[in-house]
Structure formats: C-alpha cells, structure tokens
Design a protein around this ligand. Structure first.
Ligand code: IFM
Length: 441
C-alpha cells in the first residue's frame, strides 16, 4: 500500500519516472547506428532469447502517448537518456538529423506538458565502430564522448532541466568488462580498470563541454548496492569492504573526493593507465547534484582465487522477479553516507528505484500491490534521510514502462505501465494509478 503522499515531502520535492533510450525507443528505426548491445545480443548465450532493442517499446513512434502517461501520472520530471548511436550512427562524424530531431521533439513535448526534462547522455548503447576501436578501454573515448555531448547539447541544452553524462559507471565498467554480463562481454581485470577510469574521464570531459555551453544543473548518476558481510567473521567483513570499495566508493570517490579508495587500488591500481592521477582534477570538477540509483543489497563472503577474492551469498529477504533482495534501509544508509562523506550539502536525487514483478494484464488491469509496498518502503527511507538533514530533493521510479532489461531481455517487468510486446499496447498498472493519486496537487 502507498501511504506516502506528495504533501509528506518538502515543498519543491520532485517526483519523476525514468527510462533509457535503448531499453524503450526501438533502435532499428530512425537511422540509429549499430551498437555494442546489438553485437552482444547477437552472440549466443549473452541475452535471454538473444533479444535486442530493435523495437523495444516502440517509444520512437509512441512518444506522445508515453509523455501523456507521465503528465497524467502527475510526475514533475522525466529522466530519459539519449542514444549516442542515434545521434552519431558511427559514433563520430556524420550526424543523423532524424535522431537530433527526435530528442528535440521529446524535450519540447515534455515542456509543453509541464514536465522537466532530465537528460542522461549515455545509458550504455556504445556505437559499434567505437567498440571496434577498444570502446571504454581506449582513452580517446573521453574526447569522442565530449564531441557527442557538444553535438547533442548544442541542440537541446538550452531546454533541459538537468544533465548527467553517464548512467551508472559501475555497470558500464564492471558489468561489461569484469563480469561479462553486459556489452561488450569481457572478463578481464585490466580492461575493467581502464574502463573504470575512462568512464570517469569521459564524464569529466563532458562536464567541461556542458559548462562551456552554459548548460545548467549538471550532475552525475551512480548506482549503489549495500554490501553486508555474509557472517560475523573478519574475513567476511573484509570481503564486504572490498566489494563496497569497487562498487560504491570508486566512482563516488573519484567524482567527489578526487581519489580512489585504497581497497580498490589494491587490485586495480596496477592495471590503471599510466598517469591516471593527473586526470583526477578533471574527473572531480564541481557538480550541481548527485543521483543515486538504488535497488538492493548483497551478502558477501570471502572466496579463494585472485582479487577481489569474494563471492555473493543468497540472502533471506523477500526477493523481486530478478532475485534481488528488498532492503529499503540500504537507501537511507547510502543517502546519509553520500551526504556526510562525499557530497556535503549538494542536492541529492534518488534517480532510480523500483522493482521487477511478473505482471500480467487481467480484465484490462494489472494488479501489482507489491510494487506499491516497495515504493512506499523506499519513500519512507527517503523521508527518514530528509529528517536527518540530508538534502534529498527528488525521487524517480524505475521505470515508467516495462522495457528491455539488458541481458535478461523482455522478461523482467519494472514498469508502472505494462507493455504488451506483441501489440505494444500500454496498460497502466495499479501502482501507476495509486502513485498518480498520491502525487496529485
Ligand atoms: O534497467 C536497469 C537500468 O538500465 C539501469 N539501472 C537498473 C535498471 C534495473 O536493472
């Protein structure tokens, strides 16, 4: 049940919903170039059913309907992302005019409906020609990304409410280069370390461009996972700290404190590119806000083998459709920790939070009471952090629509709105209606 209402939060607190380009747009249309996610999905065994984002939610052709859903849901702000390969199909050089037009219409469509456009420039669909050149392993990616930022922001930068260059640097680097669960599907610690640093370098170069163009409200979005030791042993505690270091503190430390945590450097330091220390000033230049994406916690135990010598252990808490434990207290812990140790007064936003359920349409409706419970429990932790003095200024649910959940394909349903992938029909779920009512002015 959703017990929280808009009036329970301070004046001006923003409520939003989030999506990302490859997950909803339909990448086979509108002149977008090939991305490393297409290559990854075309490689057997990487993605459930080898599914790709070719049509996804067909948002490209249904944008108005989706923007109406945001307006009628009483949201204040929409967090969307822009596809590099849609704007620059080869990653560099020739611009796809239809791609820029699309984002231009999206921004205007939001403004016409009284919604604030919150843009994320990169949410994972790297153009394949840049992947061919080494992608995130190649230091030049920072300049390629800066050029993309300029092309796009010269067009829409005057009307967006906020900009974050890169969504979830941990996923870009670690999921894609260490775990191999995301594109480009590598399992290589040296590639990982380089990607971790270059993704932050690209962030820094993009921020320079955004400042040069006078784009306002520039921030960063990191994902956080609460790392708890699987038992009381000193070994489990050390393992959890190592996990926390490379997951939660590496990117935050670079962005906010211009340093990487020692526990991460123990394993990654020897693989970082020469002279990485000289980049820290660019990486850590001042921002206007920080976004936290939060979903779950992990229980961590030590393991044999090379650094980081740890393993995840299944926890006892209730789980979502994708097996993630529901642990709302972790959100409060991160909001306090980020504020006290890193951002020190900068506005914070919960830029993603939500759950996957195996939702079905029945009699024209989707009953998803667990999602309302999930949102309510996390909003309670946001409220608790605000009461503690943490400057949390907004909360975005992931996601507006059911969509392409990366290596899990179209199975997990994170949306407030159900999408029928045969017809692309949208059916607002009970959680959408409940939230709309709670957010009504
Ligand atoms: O779907 C993803 C999104 O792309 C990034 N954050 C987590 C979501 C759920 O896994």
């Amino acid at each position: 049940m959703l017990t929280h209402r808009r009036a329970d939060f301070p004046d001006g607190f923003l409520f939003g919903a989030a999506t990302s380009s490859y997950q909803i747009e339909g990448h086979a249309s509108g002149g977008a170039g090939r991305t490393h996610w297409d290559d990854f999905a075309d490689t057997p065994g990487n993605v459930a059913g080898a599914q790709r984002g070719d049509i996804a939610c067909d948002h490209l052709n249904r944008m108005d309907e989706d923007l109406d859903l945001l307006r009628d849901g009483n949201f204040d702000v929409y967090r969307f992302s822009t596809s590099w390969a849609r704007v620059l199909p080869e990653g560099r050089g020739e611009v796809n005019a239809a791609g820029l037009d699309f984002y231009d219409r999206l921004v205007d469509g939001l403004l016409e409906r009284g919604l604030k456009p919150a843009a994320t420039l990169y949410h994972w669909e790297l153009p394949s020609p840049l992947a061919d050149l080494g992608g995130w392993r190649n230091r030049d990616i920072a300049d390629w990304f800066a050029d993309f930022t300029r092309v796009l922001m010269e067009r829409i930068g005057d009307r967006v409410w906020s900009v974050a260059p890169i969504n979830e640097p941990w996923c870009v680097a670690w999921m894609g280069h260490f775990l191999g669960h995301h594109a480009p599907g590598l399992r290589d610690i040296r590639a990982t370390a380089r990607a971790m640093h270059h993704v932050l370098l690209a962030h820094g170069r993009a921020v320079e461009v955004l400042r040069d163009l006078d784009v306002s409200n520039v921030g960063a979005v990191c994902n956080f996972e609460y790392a708890a030791p699987a038992d009381d042993s000193a070994e489990a505690q050390h393992a959890a700290r190592r996990y926390d270091a490379y997951y939660n503190r590496f990117f935050l430390g670079g962005l906010m404190n211009r340093r990487y945590p020692d526990e991460a450097l123990e394993g990654l330091g020897q693989h970082l590119p020469d002279g990485w220390q000289d980049d820290m000033e660019l990486i850590g230049q001042p921002l206007d806000w920080l976004g936290l994406n939060y979903y779950t916690r992990k229980l961590i135990a030590p393991a044999d083998g090379p650094w980081p010598s740890l393993q995840e252990v299944e926890g006892p808490l209730p789980k979502t459709q994708v097996g993630w434990e529901v642990y709302p207290e972790g959100l409060h812990a991160f909001l306090r920790r980020v504020h006290e140790g890193y951002t020190r007064g900068l506005p914070l936003y919960v830029t993603e939070n939500g759950m996957a359920l195996a939702d079905r349409v029945s009699g024209g409706a989707v009953h998803d009471p667990r999602r309302a419970d999930f949102l309510d429990a996390h909003l309670a932790q946001v409220r608790r952090a605000i009461d503690d003095g943490v400057p949390v200024k907004g909360y975005f649910t992931w996601s507006l629509l059911d969509n392409y959940e990366w290596n899990m394909g179209y199975g997990p349903r994170f949306g407030l709105v159900h999408v029928d992938y045969a017809t692309r029909a949208r059916t607002p779920k009970d959680s959408y209606h409940t939230l709309a009512e709670a957010l009504a002015q």
